[in-house]
Ligand binder design. Structure first.
Ligand SMILES: [Zn+2]
Length: 220
């Protein structure tokens, strides 16, 4: 099994790639995300490149090779299944499981992981709606829109939360804006920087545009 530092780098590069499209992940950006100096990140990336886990282009950036991507997806599978297990089986709050999973993702064995998967009924998403890669390293992430951009007055369902901050997740829970909930966007006011929502069977509420942009929805 790779060291937890290696796993964390691979996972972070994978997550950065999701927002970068085809471009390489710049080293400065990676160093910031890992909370290390650029020098430390470069040393690590050179070692990962020697191990053929990443392709590194000095002065441009880095991306995962196929073996690196498979490892990253395996870490994400562990992370997301552990989160779901902590919520569904152990009853932890969805706002606190990310931190726990950051540790457990490096410790759980494949045997335990596959038992968790079976116990949970082979789930496809974690408590935040993030897709869980299969044991074969396949992942399907449907294209979603956020509440800041989806069509007005059309019924949509919350599918994914693009922020793991505990305070934000608690706020969503308190306002019943969690995955599975259906609602419509009734209006947007760019001057007030607000989005007005109408959850099904509930009274309307309004959110700031930045918060709305972190709530991803699919057509209901
Ligand atoms: Zn997490």
């Amino acid at each position: 099994m790779a060291s937890s530092t290696v796993e964390n780098y691979l996972k972070q590069i994978y997550l950065e790639q999701q927002t970068m499209g085809a471009e390489l992940v710049p080293m400065g950006r990676l160093a910031t995300a890992m909370s290390v100096t650029p020098g430390t990140a470069t040393t690590m990336i050179k070692a990962l490149s020697e191990a053929n886990l990443v392709a590194y282009e000095p002065r441009t950036g880095v991306r995962l090779t196929k073996p690196g991507e498979q490892l990253a997806l395996h870490v994400l599978r562990r992370h997301r299944l552990v989160e779901l297990f902590l919520v569904k089986v152990l009853g932890l709050d969805w706002s606190e499981v990310h931190e726990e999973a950051e540790h457990l993702e490096h410790a759980v064995s494949d045997k335990v992981l596959e038992r968790m998967d079976a116990l949970l009924g082979h789930p496809s998403v974690d408590p935040h709606g993030d897709p869980i890669p299969t044991s074969k390293g396949k992942v399907t992430s449907p294209k979603l829109q956020s509440l800041a951009e989806c069509e007005l007055h059309r019924r949509v369902r919350i599918a994914r939360i693009a922020d793991q901050e505990p305070a934000f997740l608690q706020f969503l829970h308190k306002n019943a804006l969690t995955p599975g909930v259906s609602l419509t966007v009734e209006g947007r006011d760019s001057n007030a920087d607000s989005v007005t929502l109408k959850p099904t069977d509930k009274s309307p509420l309004s959110l700031g545009t930045a918060a709305a942009a972190k709530i991803m929805v699919e057509n209901a």
